[in-house]
Design a protein around this ligand. Sequence first.
Ligand code: E4P
Length: 220
Amino acid sequence: MKFFLDTADIAEIEEAASWGVLAGVTTNPTLYSRIGGRLADFPEHIRRIAEVCSGPVSAEAVGLDRESIVNEGLALAGIAENVVVKIPTMPEGLAATRALALRGVKVNMTLCFTVPQALLAARSGAAYVSPFVGRFDDISEDGVAHLADIVEALSNYDFEHQVEVIAASIRSANHVTQAALMGADIATVPFSVLKNLVRHPLTDRGLDAFLADWEKVKGA
Ligand code: E4P
């Protein structure tokens, strides 16, 4: 499994990149708004993210009809080679994805919740499909089970291009564990979750004990 960071915060992306484990970044309008982003600065902000992270960087198109989504997608893809256009799962989004894929632009189909949505996204030419896990949990449904269904359904078929599943809307280390066990290609995680992934109380306790014992060695 590859790890993407789900954020628009450049400091977080720099920090994760410095750990040597960052394979990509996903942003969305909410994440950009959360850092106080302004419309006029958006292309430059995405350019900076794409510079810090050499992997795929998803930037979302907000148009609702296929022509505006395609135009936005072309503009976003023109910002940097590693920019991937994020498009919501909807009929106009499928059509725009097909048009962009034919022009060599990679699409991440977002807001994907069901198996049929994921299959349609893959058939439209999306390079990435992003099932949302946590938002199912938020409405008392089992997000992990829905993700598992999507991973299994996509694995039943061959597509004319590579399709990777990005487990999205990740809230916890357990979500990541479950996504990895079922073979999801990527997990896109908030920085708070990424920091938790690397930690365990037994690791901390073990490290404290090793350091204390090393002090004894030095004093012997
Ligand atoms: C995916 O690419 C989305 O940006 C993201 O995972 C949404 O997560 P949320 O449900 O925490 O907003």
